[in-house]
Design a protein around this ligand. Structure first.
Ligand SMILES: C[S@@+](CC[C@H](N)C(=O)[O-])C[C@H]1O[C@@H](n2cnc3c(N)ncnc32)[C@H](O)[C@@H]1O
Ligand code: SF4
Length: 451
């Protein structure tokens, strides 16, 4: 109980803080600056640099009520056809602004529902990417897959074109929970898609699960975990459900009084963590799990994982180029987010412009805060001495932030011999500690529950 009291004292059950999939979080990007920055920064990407590429497909045939992703419903493939035309034109416009050739080290298709594309649409998109970027020798291709929208022919095509990793949306297998979140998906359907993926040569599978869903209890979550275990995924993401109906209007379909309390959310996350660790998974960061043989677990052991917009990654590329409405690109100099609404994105491209809308230029101070927050979120520690050596002009500020954190959270962290470590069981406070280290965080900015 003492443990829970400390978590309560430090705000775990009522704080709302960023998820820090990027620093600064996307809501701090500045409007109307993106296209100009994108133009300059694309020209500056070194020739032959390995690139990480993300393509956003903002369409789904069904719109699940819980989902906070940028996506829109469609009954036909006609708007998707038009969108693929725009993606092709965006890829051509972006590459025309870059100098020399570039290698595609990672390709991730996300959404929305990428597998909703028809075979000819997917072929066209992949042909354009392959024509624009040479695949690096260690090229890795991953796709987000909704098992209810994954026709055998699209999975076959993706595997034939090199998809080695797939991320499968499950969320929860309990029928009452599924009904309450507007997402019906049977175990058999999920298992079928997973076997087809494995048979076609996909070597790494991730499953997405959520805790904090309506009607979810410790026992229903346990049953879901047992079923998921039978599917033997290499990785799991266990996100806390973010209930943000002011941002994601479809969530109004979920009644607030059916949601577990923040303490119940915490208990569910602890139960799931224990279950997965006893099933042989390593815990990675705040919400990921991986088999020790998986590259993410190996990277976590060497301290080389990073935070990205999907969660955690072992991707080491310095440049991420995002294509599609709302996609975010990351350059050494900062971030650019494409116009978010699909029609605003399309208008820009048809005017021959780059699609960037919001942008953020990293200052030297931002680079230091970003490195600090990265260590908290990825390793649950800060190497104060190492960071101070690497960023010598800011050494005093780094030590001051570490000392301030120690003074603010003495029962959760321990600063000793130039290292700040979380005490056992306290790394669940990582987002709260990171928010405290974030000296630019605006007190009125809106975020999701800390647990
Ligand atoms: C972009 S979605 C794409 C998933 C894919 N279309 C599917 O349905 O399987 C990726 C993941 O984001 C997570 N997600 C979506 N809405 C969320 C929310 N409100 N809170 C937390 N995670 C969420 C879900 O776990 C989901 O699997
Ligand atoms: S969870 Fe997947 S299928 Fe459901 S609305 Fe979100 S992106 Fe679409």
């Amino acid at each position: 109980m003492e443990h829970v009291n400390i978590l309560r004292e430090y705000g775990l059950f009522d704080a709302k803080v960023p998820r820090y999939t990027s620093y600064p979080p996307a809501n701090r990007f500045e409007p109307n600056t993106g296209a100009r920055m994108q133009e300059d920064w694309l020209a500056d990407v070194p020739t032959n640099a390995p690139l990480s590429i993300y393509v956003h497909i903002p369409f789904c045939r069904r719109l699940c009520w819980f989902c906070a992703c940028r996506t829109q419903g469609t009954r036909t493939l006609q708007p998707v056809d038009v969108y693929v035309d725009d993606l092709v034109s965006e890829i051509e416009t972006v590459t025309s602004r870059m100098t020399g050739t570039h290698q595609m080290a990672r390709l991730h298709l996300g959404g929305g529902t990428p597998t909703l594309l028809s075979v000819p649409q997917m072929d066209r998109l992949l042909d354009t990417l392959d024509h624009s970027f040479a695949r690096a020798p260690d090229f890795e291709f991953s796709v987000e897959i909704d098992p209810t929208e994954a026709a055998p022919e699209i999975l076959e095509l993706l595997a034939a074109r090199g998809m080695a990793r797939a991320s499968i949306g499950v969320q929860d297998f309990d029928p009452k929970v599924q009904k309450a979140i507007g997402r019906l998906q049977s175990y058999a359907q999920t298992e079928n898609v997973i076997s087809q993926l494995r048979d076609s040569g996909v070597t790494s599978l991730n499953v997405d699960l959520l805790y904090g869903l309506p009607y979810q209890t410790s026992s229903t979550l346990n049953e879901t975990l047992q079923k998921v275990h039978l599917l033997k995924p290499d990785r799991l993401a266990l996100y806390g459900y973010a209930h943000v109906p002011h941002m994601s209007k479809r969530q109004v379909m979920i009644q607030s009084d059916t949601l577990p309390s923040s303490f119940e959310r915490y208990e569910a996350s602890v139960i799931a963590r224990r279950y997965l660790m006893s099933a042989g998974y390593d815990a990675i960061g705040i919400d990921h799990f991986a088999l020790p043989s998986d590259s993410l677990a190996k990277a976590a052991k060497t301290g080389s994982i990073k935070r990205n917009f999907q969660g955690y990654t072992d991707d080491t590329c310095a440049t991420l180029i995002g294509f599609g409405a709302s996609a975010i690109s990351k350059f050494r100099q900062g971030f650019v987010q494409n116009a978010v609404a699909t029609n605003a994105y399309q208008t820009r491209l048809r005017e021959g412009k780059l699609a960037g809308h919001k942008g953020y230029t990293m200052t030297p101070e931002d680079t230091v805060i970003s490195a600090l927050i990265d260590q908290i979120m990825c390793q649950a520690r800060i190497d104060v001495r190492g960071l101070s050596d690497r960023h010598a002009p800011f050494a005093h500020g780094i030590k001051q932030i570490a000392q301030d954190l120690q003074d603010r959270f003495p029962k959760a962290i321990n600063l000793q011999d130039g290292k700040l470590n979380f005490r056992p069981g306290m790394d669940v406070l990582a987002r709260i500690v990171a928010a405290q280290a974030d000296t630019t965080l605006h007190p009125d900015s809106v975020h999701s529950a800390a647990i």
